[in-house]
Design a protein around this ligand. Sequence first.
Ligand SMILES: Cc1cc2nc3c(=O)[nH]c(=O)nc-3n(C[C@H](O)[C@H](O)[C@H](O)COP(=O)(O)OP(=O)(O)OC[C@H]3O[C@@H](n4cnc5c(N)ncnc54)[C@H](O)[C@@H]3O)c2cc1C
Length: 475
Amino acid sequence: MIHISALQSELATHLAAYQILADEQSKQFYGRDWIKDFPPSPCLVVLPESVEQVQFVVTTCGKHGVAIVPSGGRTGLSGGATAAHGEVILSLERMRAVLEVNPIDRTIRCQAGAPLERIQLEATQHDLYFPVDFSSRGSAQIGGNIATNAGGIRVIRYGNMREWVLGLKVVTGRGEILELNGSLWKNNTGYDLRSLFIGSEGTLGIIVEATLKLTTPPKDTTRILCGLSSNDAILPLLTYCRGRLRDLSAFEFIDSTAFGEVIKHRQLRNPLSDTYPAYVLVECELNAPSAMEQVTEAFSEAYEKGLILDVVVSESSAQSQELMNIRDLISETLSMHYTLHKNDISVPVPAIPAFLLELHESITTAYAGFKVVVFGHVGDGNLHVNVLKRTEITDEAFWKSCHDSDRTIFTTVQKFRGSISAEHGVGMLKRDFIHFSRTPEELEMMRGIKAVFDPMNIMNPGKVLPAATRNSCQS
Ligand SMILES: Cc1cc2nc3c(=O)[nH]c(=O)nc-3n(C[C@H](O)[C@H](O)[C@H](O)COP(=O)(O)OP(=O)(O)OC[C@H]3O[C@@H](n4cnc5c(N)ncnc54)[C@H](O)[C@@H]3O)c2cc1C
């Protein structure tokens, strides 16, 4: 059994009083991410201000045998930043500095606690562009984005966070500081340890600093909303867009329920002339002088060919934003008006229509109290599957059935050789389902890798990989 007072006293030898929080309000505030399934119960919250302080916290917790939960902006959707078992929360919120922007090799170096939006703005000020983007950008931190290998709507053009990480500075679970790759664009000297930290969800160590790549900003963008006859029309349109649009940057699916709910509850104007069984929101960069004419021409031909039933092409940034709002507001609108259970999965792109058909059949047959709503980054095979509670069943019955329906969904995902977590990570939420996407051999290797970086199993135990229960603090 560990005593919190001994740990706290030792931490206080290197951290100021305002950097160690033990009050209940702070513990509740820092104790979880957006997932409310696990009640927070940390023993302390620490707010280091330097790499050396992070190292000190890790070695001290290691000495006392207390687990650490690395904490970024806590916008995660898998319970990864949740401290439910007496852990110390190590928040990076006091390490938010942008350290350097280098226009020669187009890189930005920052502390891990810098918010994503800050990096985007800093890049813009240097006429450069950081393309990873999603709606939690104001709170989500670069360290958290790297630890979850975040995606977003522009993955089809720019890839995931992984593509943009040049170098990392980390403090491992052993308390060592590692500089992984610095700012090198080429470095073929053995295993890429940096890559192991991308998507590791805080289970190997703490990311304290990152060097990120930047690129040329698009000259302009336009967005296009299409009404489709059915889900079967998604892939022919994707193939067509890939062939006709030089700089396709997003291809987002919205099913008819998601579209109807967002229009109704947000009192938005339907930009199309009618409602349709399915919708696709396309985003396209306009880099060449005649790009806008080419886009307009491409979509009028798509209409003539019968690939789409209706279309609106934005002609101003206000119209473009109006179209984007429909997609951006879905998640929040559904959460505001329904009791719902979210899932974030991916399947190979060509399998999407067949997967959607089977998903709807399996859920509707087995769970009468559910309504399935799907939307997402369909261009890269990523679907957000939301199960909404119908009024005729109780909350209790709904949550119980969600657990069973997850198995149904994951079995279907597995059948289509997909992933049970496309971009939100595994955390605690999907830890016990990871075998649907990873083999026992792969899991054994992951355990081996964790043991190398974190032999005492103090880094976010119980996340991603099922792990033995750790010691927790007692006051
Ligand atoms: C409205 C909304 C929209 C979203 N849209 C998207 C989307 O389109 N695409 C997408 O990918 N995600 C999306 N997310 C999920 C979330 O924003 C991302 O997963 C994001 O990358 C999490 O960053 P964070 O700083 O909030 O991390 P946290 O939630 O704080 O932590 C996430 C995980 O990373 C670990 N971690 C955090 N910081 C560090 C660090 N410095 N070192 C080591 N480990 C660390 C934590 O322990 C935890 O396991 C969305 C979330 C919301 C609320």
